[in-house]
Unconditional design. Structure first.
Length: 95
């Protein structure tokens, strides 16, 4: 298995796991803002937004975790994109 293929497999398996907390944060923040504008208080959404999941409270570490996950998703995607472009510029084998 080539290094490029291995990196693609790692990217495909980890990006959905990395995207889940990012999606949860975006949706809970947007929904909280929308409900607050209508006068509906949904503080539980803000708790989700900041990493407090009831029995599991990740608030002290949630922002750094999100930052690292975001950097991973961007970095691995850019690496694959630039790697595929670099590989596509090579001349096809003749013969």
């Amino acid at each position: 298995m080539s290094q490029r293929h291995l990196w693609r497999r790692v990217h495909r398996s980890l990006v959905p796991l990395a995207a889940l907390p990012l999606l949860l944060t975006a949706l809970s923040g947007s929904l909280y803002g929308t409900l607050s504008a209508q006068g509906i208080e949904a503080f539980w959404l803000m708790k989700l937004h900041t990493g407090n999941f009831g029995l599991i409270n990740l608030q002290p570490w949630y922002s750094p975790i999100l930052a690292l996950l975001t950097l991973f998703v961007i970095g691995s995607g850019m690496g694959l994109l630039l790697g595929s472009r670099r590989g596509s510029k090579q001349a096809p084998p003749t013969g």
